[in-house]
Design a protein. Sequence first.
Length: 64
Amino acid sequence: MAGKKDKSVVAVISGLTDSQAARISADIMKSKQRNAPSGRGTITSGFTSSVGSLLQKGTKRIGG
């Protein structure tokens, strides 16, 4: 693919059960590996009340 690699994606999806959050996290990781295997990423899930700290902390590193 041609073009500068200067874009990022950040998403917050709330109102999920534990299993929904796990399934969506797994889907995001699979999609990242398929579409941007050398890209770096961080994914995490937790309580809606702590979204800010979740974004700053980021626990699961994905690929790249």
